[in-house]
Write a new protein. Structure first.
Length: 750
């Protein structure tokens, strides 16, 4: 093989000469004249050219441009040792190569590979300095004397370029995470360590895809630092400039001349800003995929490629903290937040400053840092991270937004707690199991009330199709124990993961520490019993309000989005206090699957395992995702007889007494039903009658207003004795019942 001929077809950034031809012809060792131009072409097949160059006192040299990277660059590995085992070891790693003796009698291994940036001898040396690699800035003598016992493949084989590139990268960069490449077999993993212009540009392109040009363009110094950082990552290559320039072109103040000048100026050569800037910015965007990608560059960072040596350890430690934690600024405090893996999905953990420092206490969390006097001291990485500009930060708090990127810091500066759905869409579903679920809702949950059952299915489908819309309606399931209320909710644990919660303590609604209500799409309260108006009002707020104030025990207090659907169940007849105007509940009464207890037990066993399975959750998810909800109104409850009965059961005090009067058809045995002027009574007289029958705490005027609302009683002036008195005149008993029944939505058949 003739290296000179090969070099005319390849890229090569070094000088090399044909040693034997010059030495034999001119009887002397050639000397490189550094004052001469080193870029004059030399071809082995033009002896006249050799004579001309040598007569001018110039060392014959061959230098080719970098215009066509696809042809590969010619690289020489100089095994500068007499140790034959080292020679054999190096040569064996490159079967697609040409191995020859050097002038000193040692060894040169020539390969073709796409390594386009200059390789300095001082940067790459192995075997205690006995092996050097270079492709520029060096004169290399060619002997054309093959080394024996080294089987050679064709160096011109096109397949050898990629093969040798990978072998050379592995050989030249031992810190490269080669095992990741080999285990995954994904060529994209080669970007873990960008060792040539194309790969480093690809890395820069990936990093910049997570950034917004508008965040970089101002102020000017920030853009300058960004430019130098891009230059550092790509070694100032033209490929790197193309990526950098495309990104800058999307800035509103883009100046092509300015971008080109700064990139190719002397500034980047004297830069003190390194790739740390972009890496920290990408980490700061909070995208999990971005963080994972930057973290995969850790080994390369450890080699000092992007950072000054004294910065490497600290930034690597900060990156590790950023991978887990994010600073969240709330109205009241700044806390550290992270996602802790659960059986399905993640849960949010927050820590205040002192608690966070305790977490990073200990020698294993210490890194060295120079103080103001230049002395190196050990400091906790937790303290460094808390005050670092490189810390991932959500400056506007936390949100729960299904329309934005899950589990990341979004463009609005808020940490998004939305995790997505944990079920997968299936091409075909088991309609038999779906029908069984629908039958269970119809028969056991709704006692064959088809309107209520359809509402519940649409309610659940709306949750899947439009999770970003918060309904102002809750579902209350009342039934005896063992009818399967909990089983109807079982599939959603697999479907929603930690975004679905089942609570048995109603105090979670009105209690002080309510983190279990945070970031939920479905909240299921079992065995609910809110016998007081305070509990009922707290539940009403949670059902209808779009935000919720979360208070962690020993942690932060902040507001976040409330998109939770609310479903309650109880074995009681009167689990919650509802007034006549309650419009936030769809109340359904359930019953057993069959009057035959053995048949009911068999049905329960059949559905229990099915409804809790992941496969059924996927079936139900797919079914609900495609269910027609075009006529569903998430802000209006459907009226049911169970709702009316619940309202009547919630009557207390004066309301309960008025209902009793209607049932008895009289206010008392003496006055009967005062529906005429002669029988009419004043507010005070009516209140006195009421207080004789039941202990109620209400003023006479308030009681009069209740009578007007509940049964339509009207005020009138009537003459009694010698004067005129304001009294309440009731409507007829039938009309009063009709008004009361309309108010509570119950049938007037009593």
């Amino acid at each position: 093989m003739n290296i000179q001929s090969l070099a005319t077809e390849c890229q090569f950034g070094a000088f090399y000469c044909v040693w034997d031809e010059i030495r034999k012809k001119y009887k002397k060792t050639p000397v490189l004249d550094k004052s001469c131009e080193p870029y004059k072409p030399f071809r082995a097949d033009t002896p006249a050219g050799v004579n001309h160059l040598l007569c001018d006192g110039v060392l014959p040299s061959v230098v080719f441009s970098d215009d066509d990277a696809g042809d590969g660059r010619l690289i020489c590995i100089d095994v500068d040792t007499d140790d034959r085992s080292v020679v054999d070891d190096v040569a064996s790693q490159f079967p697609h190569s040409y191995t020859e003796k050097s002038v000193s009698g040692r060894c040169h291994v020539w390969i073709r590979a796409c390594i386009n940036h200059p390789l300095k001898i001082s940067d790459i040396s192995f075997y205690g300095g006995k092996v050097e690699v270079y492709s520029s800035g060096r004169a290399i003598a060619v002997t054309n004397e093959r080394v024996g016992n080294h089987p050679q493949d064709d160096i011109n084989d096109p397949a050898s370029i990629l093969d040798n590139t990978r072998r050379f990268e592995q050989f030249s960069f031992p810190l490269r995470r080669q095992e990741a490449v080999e285990s995954s077999g994904d060529p994209a993993d080669l970007l873990i360590a960008p060792v040539n212009a194309k790969e480093s540009a690809a890395v820069l392109s990936t990093l910049l895809s997570y950034l917004s040009p508008s965040d970089i363009q101002e102020p000017y110094n920030k853009w300058m630092d960004f430019t130098f950082s891009c230059h550092e990552i790509t070694n100032g290559s033209s490929e790197g400039y193309n990526v950098y320039n495309e990104f800058c072109s999307r800035m509103s103040n883009y100046d092509a001349y300015e971008s080109s000048t700064k990139w190719y100026s002397e500034g980047p050569k004297r830069r003190t800003v390194t790739g740390k800037l972009i890496l920290a910015s990408v980490y700061g965007c909070g995208d999990q995929k971005a963080c994972s990608y930057v973290k995969s560059l850790g080994d390369y960072l450890g080699a000092g490629r992007f950072l000054r040596t004294e910065e490497s350890e600290e930034l690597t430690a900060l990156m590790e903290v950023n991978a887990d934690w994010c600073q969240v600024e709330t109205a009241a405090d700044t806390v550290a937040a992270r996602w802790v893996p659960c059986k399905v999905g993640y849960r949010l953990e927050t820590r205040r400053k002192a608690s966070f420092f305790d977490y990073y206490r200990g020698d294993r969390h210490l890194v060295e840092r120079k103080d103001s006097k230049g002395e190196r001291k050990c400091i906790s990485v937790g303290k460094i991270w808390w005050s670092s500009d490189d810390a991932r930060c959500a400056s506007n708090g936390i949100k729960f937004d299904p329309l934005d990127t899950p589990l990341s810091v979004c463009k609005d500066g808020r940490l998004n707690a939305w995790q997505g759905f944990f079920s997968e869409t299936k091409k075909s579903i088991n309609m038999e199991s779906i029908q069984l679920y629908r039958d269970h809702v119809l028969k056991c949950i709704c006692s064959r009330d088809s309107i209520a059952a359809e509402y519940i299915i649409r309610y659940l489908a709306h949750m899947i199709q439009k999770p970003e819309e918060k309904p102002s309606v809750a579902i209350l399931m009342r039934s005896p124990e063992g009818t399967g209320k909990g089983l109807a909710m079982a599939p959603f644990a697999n479907m929603l993961g930690p975004q679905c919660v089942s609570l048995g303590d109603p105090k979670a609604i009105v209690g002080k520490y309510n983190t279990m209500l945070e970031n939920k799409l479905l909240t299921y309260f079992e065995e609910v019993f809110l016998a007081t108006r305070t509990g009922a009002d707290g539940c009403k707020t949670f059902i209808s309000e779009s935000t919720i104030t979360i208070e962690h025990k020993y942690g932060a207090i902040y507001q976040t989005d409330n998109l939770s659907r609310v479903i309650l169940s109880s074995n009681r007849d009167n689990p919650i206090k509802l007034d006549a105007s309650s419009r936030r509940y769809v109340v359904v009464d359930g019953t057993y699957w069959s009057s035959d207890s053995s048949e009911t037990e068999s049905h329960t066993k059949k559905i229990a395992k099915m409804f809790k399975s992941k496969d059924f959750a996927d079936d139900l998810y797919t079914y609900l995702l495609n269910y027609d909800i075009s006529k569903f109104n998430p802000y209006k409850a459907v009226d049911t007889q169970a709702l009316a009965m619940q309202k009547l059961s919630s009557l207390e005090g004066a309301g309960e007494l008025i209902y009793r009067w209607l049932q008895d058809g009289r206010v008392d045995s003496h006055y009967g039903w005062p529906d005429t002027a002669e029988k009419s009574l004043t507010n005070s007289e009516l209140l006195q009658i009421a207080q004789n029958q039941m202990k109620i705490d209400i003023s006479s005027n308030a009681f009069g207003r209740m009578l007007m609302r509940y049964i339509g009683a009207e005020s009138a002036l009537v003459r009694k004795g010698s004067g005129v008195t304001r009294v309440k005149v009731f409507k007829s008993l039938e009309e009063s019942k009709r008004i009361f029944c309309k108010l509570y939505g119950v049938p007037c058949d009593w």
